[in-house]
Design a protein. Structure first.
Ligand code: SF4
Length: 353
């Protein structure tokens, strides 16, 4: 059973700010040793998103890493979709716009998978669907890591926390493709009107429109599915089993960074601004739950299980259903697969204060 430390949103006040809570909780989960080069893995938010992790939280962790004798850098990876984090140049510009710069953080911001998202280390993970996975090299080569995850909903996994940050956010483009490739969509020819709006949403050129009907080239498609929202006619259809099959791969892929940095990762989940969509969306919809607080652990599966239970408790208390209702997806599936490969345990002891 793994320990998960919890500081509640309700307890926040002038003598107990979020900063105080982070300072209090950090030593309980920090793996940082004197002289460690420490990756601080965050999601700096897509351009237009306004509910990503507050920079001051990351700055606080950066200062704590320095106090512990570590050499911190702030990091994230490039994405598969057409947006403002597709390559390292765009990613760092977006991070700066959203408040994450060397000057504001007191540590360099580094794109972990290189300029074009292909700089990685291959790890054998021995999963049922993924034998190996490619982890972004700046994360793979760090001595230790603090992963700060903004908890929120997600259209593919139902929920995004630490396991998703490991099994997607720490991978290069090839790794992300391996997780997504079970989600290549089909076109419903009867619904497609040939408007071509979907074309600009696929950075891989996988969609073409011929004789007023779209089609998807399965060789070029990465299964990232951001094209779905581009079609006003709901003509782009994901495979029915995509949420389960993607969660299986997501859970297995989480083992990659865990295997590379055994006992060297501390996790902080920031459970505020619980938007239905992830921070890769270029907008922020209203939250589906009230704020919950901060959890921290050395176990990525336990911290996500505890965070989900806490959100569900909050939603039940306010008669707002549960996380499964947000996308009609059971997010526990990806935690089960992560546990199965040994990334962590769903059994936890919640230590409140
Ligand atoms: S956006 Fe939808 S309707 Fe328009 S071409 Fe693409 S699939 Fe067809």
């Amino acid at each position: 059973m793994s320990e998960v430390f919890f500081r509640a949103a309700e307890d926040i006040g002038p003598e107990n700010t979020q900063i105080d809570q982070i300072i209090d909780i950090f030593p309980k989960i920090s793996p940082v040793k004197q002289g460690d080069i420490v990756a601080i893995k965050i999601h700096p938010g897509e351009l237009g998103n306004t509910t990503y992790m507050r920079p001051v939280i990351v700055k606080t962790v950066t200062d704590l890493v320095k106090e512990a004798g570590g050499i911190p850098f702030i990091t994230d990876t490039t994405v598969l979709y057409s947006g403002k984090r597709f390559n390292a140049a765009d990613l760092l510009c977006t991070a700066a716009t959203n408040g994450f710069t060397h000057a504001s953080m007191g540590a360099p911001i580094i794109c972990a998978d290189g300029l074009l998202g292909d700089d990685s280390v291959t790890v054998e993970i021995g999963g049922e669907t993924l034998e190996r996975i490619t982890v972004a090299s700046a994360i793979a080569n760090a001595d230790s890591m603090i992963m700060i995850s903004h908890c929120k909903g997600h259209p593919a996994s139902g929920f995004g926390g630490a396991v998703k940050n490991l099994g997607m956010g720490c991978l290069d483009k090839a790794g992300k493709t391996a997780v997504h490739e079970v989600a290549r969509p089909e076109i419903d020819i009867d619904k497609c009107v040939g408007c071509k709006k979907c074309l600009k949403y696929c950075p891989w050129g996988a969609i073409t429109v011929d004789r007023e009907k779209a089609s998807v080239d399965k060789e070029l498609c990465r299964g990232e599915l951001s094209c779905l929202g581009s079609c006003a006619y709901q003509a782009i259809i994901p495979p029915e089993d995509a949420p389960v099959r993607m969660q299986e791969r997501l859970g297995e892929a989480a083992m990659g960074p865990v295997k590379l940095l055994p006992e060297k990762i501390g996790y902080i989940n920031w459970i505020f601004d619980l938007t239905p969509g992830c921070d890769c969306f270029n907008f922020s919809a209203p939250a589906f739950s009230a704020d919950v607080g901060i959890t921290a652990s050395r176990d990525p599966v336990a911290i996500d299980m505890a965070s989900l239970d806490l959100i569900n408790e909050k939603m039940r208390n306010t008669k707002r259903g549960c996380v499964n209702d947000v996308w009609g997806i059971d997010p526990v599936i990806h935690l089960q697969y992560a546990q199965k490969l040994g990334a962590g345990s769903m059994d936890y002891e919640l230590i409140r204060r």
